[in-house]
Design a protein around this ligand. Structure first.
Ligand SMILES: [Zn+2]
Length: 408
């Protein structure tokens, strides 16, 4: 009797494994999170009209405001304000800008002299203005990758011209908040909402609640919340106080604060992420390509899979219920290529106790061992065979199991 059963068991195992290898599929469902590190919103702050024509204390006040909330911003500089205030003639301003860049802020270009509608002119004149502006920035030792036209006014040729000069984006588009627009010669970013233009005491409360309401709604939409301020206009009036309240409010949330350049680079990088999945002997694996640091994603598999990776640079949280194994992954550094292995979950049950625990559940009788007095080794072999089907819990009988080998 025992001999007959042993032969039956070997045949069953062989056919089961055989079918599993050829029929079982590994078909993960993958959703990539919009923002790095599973943040719910991107938050940008820009400061326009940075000029040597204004008191340096204004810029220092803005910097200490941002520092106290660990917020980084993009500062758009006017190189030769009114063709009167030349940036390079103010070594204090140049030093301050270098310190800002060193602290992770971004420095961008805000035209040349900031005349009204300066960049609404023929392409050749725009090139001339850009060249003159960039020369001054170069003399100051500052590299710029972002542009915002004075008065947010430019022409349809401006994007292509900026591209010739190796800019990474343009932010001359008027609009409160939103994700960058791709599709033209250069990515375009909206200017953001300004709540702090020479803000009076009378307008103060109304603007604070408007700003908080908008931050809340952008957070719910999981999009971008962009705030713009102007040097001098934010300092003279109640602007700095409003910004303090707003930064305290926003930074308490699960937000990703970034510069405009980082926002564009992130959105560009996420478009390049690719993956392949394949079945393996022990389960399956997924290989991801072009992974930027902070990429977060959710992988959903049937519940008989388990994640099988321990790494300092990849955080994986696994939640398994009756039907699915839901794995949240965050890559804490960038990878050209990285593979995540997944095993069939019986592989994670290593001790006899685990097996006994599973065996103790109410199971369909067709999956109980044919004889309760099997020797220990054979009982374990039987359990190993049955565990994946039990995990699936949809299989009602051995017959059904063999008819639907995908449960393997
Ligand atoms: Zn301006």
């Amino acid at each position: 009797m025992r001999k007959a059963f042993a032969v039956f068991l070997v045949l069953l195992l062989a056919s089961g494994i055989g079918i599993a290898q050829y029929v079982r599929t590994f078909d993960p469902s993958i959703t990539v999170a919009t923002w790095p590190y599973n943040k719910s919103m991107a938050f940008t702050v820009t400061c326009d009209d940075v000029s040597s024509g204004y008191s340096l204390e204004y810029l220092q006040e803005i910097r200490s405001l941002l520092d106290s909330y660990h917020v980084r911003a993009t500062f758009f500089v006017i190189p030769f304000h009114g063709e009167w205030d030349l940036m390079t003639e103010s070594p204090e301003l140049v030093r301050e800008l270098h310190e800002l860049a060193g602290a992770g802020h971004e420095i961008g270009l805000h035209g040349y002299a900031h005349y009204q509608n300066e960049f609404v002119c023929p392409p050749e004149s725009q090139r001339e203005l850009l060249k003159k502006g960039l020369d001054i920035m170069n003399q100051a030792g500052i590299t710029v990758r972002g542009f915002r036209a004075p008065c947010l006014q430019c022409t349809e040729e401006t994007l292509s011209i900026l591209k010739e000069y190796h800019f990474a984006y343009d932010s001359s588009m008027f609009g409160e908040s939103g994700r960058p627009l791709f599709g033209g010669p250069l990515p375009q970013l909206l200017s953001g909402h300004e709540y702090t233009w020479y803000l009076s005491e009378e307008e103060y409360r109304e603007n604070v609640s408007l700003a908080q309401k908008e931050a809340d709604s952008k957070f719910k939409e999981e999009t971008v919340f962009s705030v713009v301020m102007h040097m001098k206009a934010v300092n003279e009036g109640e602007g700095i106080s409003l910004m303090k309240e707003l930064l305290a409010f926003v930074t308490e949330k699960n937000v990703w604060n970034c510069t405009l350049l980082e926002l564009v680079e992130w959105e560009t990088a996420v478009k390049e992420v690719r993956w392949d999945s394949r079945k393996t002997l022990t389960g399956g694996d997924i290989t991801f390509y072009n992974v930027p640091e902070g990429l977060s994603l959710t992988i959903v598999l049937p519940s008989h899979y388990a994640s099988d990776l321990s790494s300092d640079d990849v955080t994986m949280t696994c939640h398994t219920d009756d039907k699915t194994c839901k794995v949240t992954v965050c890559f804490e550094k960038s990878y050209g290529e990285v593979t995540l292995p997944f095993t069939l979950s019986y592989g994670s049950l290593q001790s006899r106790n685990d097996m006994e625990m599973v065996r103790g559940r109410s199971l369909d009788s067709s999956l109980s061992p044919p004889c309760q007095c099997l020797p220990g080794g054979m009982l374990i072999a039987w359990e190993m065979l049955c565990l994946p089907y039990r995990n699936a819990e949809r299989v009602k009988s051995l017959e059904e199991l063999l008819l639907h080998p995908s449960f393997l």
